[in-house]
Design a protein around this ligand. Structure first.
Ligand code: S6P
Ligand code: ZN
Length: 191
């Protein structure tokens, strides 16, 4: 096991910027256009407005081994693709028995979760919300506000990320704008 020296990272709550990020990852509409329910609207935006930034992740780089605790920020820009708010791709952990903690830094979002057994949960997060993603729950975050939604995540290094299951099946629940309000609806395309 690597014996690391302790370190501190400064986090900008408004932007999610880290003082010394080990990596910065950007997800644009073209990276996830088919994940939005209104794929025609995804295509129109890409053709007419360009490849907008949906979210950015900044994290510390740690060895993938037992006992290491990776942590990062995610900033989701405000906006919608059709009725559906900007969101992350979402994933199960490759090791399903690994949970995770999210902490809201700024803005307003939803944490959409589900299990393979069919349970669903949608929680609201604001600055100061500590949200627990238990083992076995897939998780996706959604920006339901008019400003950036920024949160901090902490997980176990060996959790791993299974994106393929969500890319194939989607989430059971979507968060859309209806009558001017964020509303949770069933995903008509689920599986
Ligand atoms: C990692 C954790 C988050 C997400 C990030 C981006 O386990 O759940 O840091 O990676 O919010 O979402 P996604 O679905 O693209 O990994
Ligand atoms: Zn995760």
């Amino acid at each position: 096991m690597n014996h690391l020296a302790p370190f501190v990272t400064e986090v900008d709550f408004a932007t999610g910027a880290l003082s010394a990020p080990g990596y910065v990852l950007q997800r644009r509409l073209s990276d996830m256009a088919s994940m939005y329910a209104d794929s025609a609207e995804s295509a129109r935006i890409l053709a007419e407005e360009g490849d907008r930034l949906i979210y950015e992740v900044q994290g510390v780089e740690l060895p993938v081994e037992e006992g290491q605790i990776p942590h990062c920020t995610t900033r989701i820009s405000p906006g919608r693709i059709g009725a559906e708010y900007h969101m992350t791709k979402g994933h199960y952990h490759a090791r399903r028995e690994q949970g995770e903690v999210y902490f809201g830094l700024s803005g307003r979002g939803c944490l959409v979760m589900q299990t393979e057994a069919g349970e669903t949960s949608v929680q609201t997060m604001v600055a100061g919300s500590a949200a627990y993603v238990p083992p076995f729950w897939a998780h996706r975050t959604v920006n339901i506000g008019d400003e950036d939604f920024v949160f901090f995540s902490v997980w176990e290094a060996r959790a791993g990320h299974d994106y393929g299951t969500i890319e194939r099946d989607g989430f059971r629940k979507l968060v859309v704008r209806r009558d001017g309000q964020p509303t949770v609806v069933d995903n008509p395309r689920y599986r």
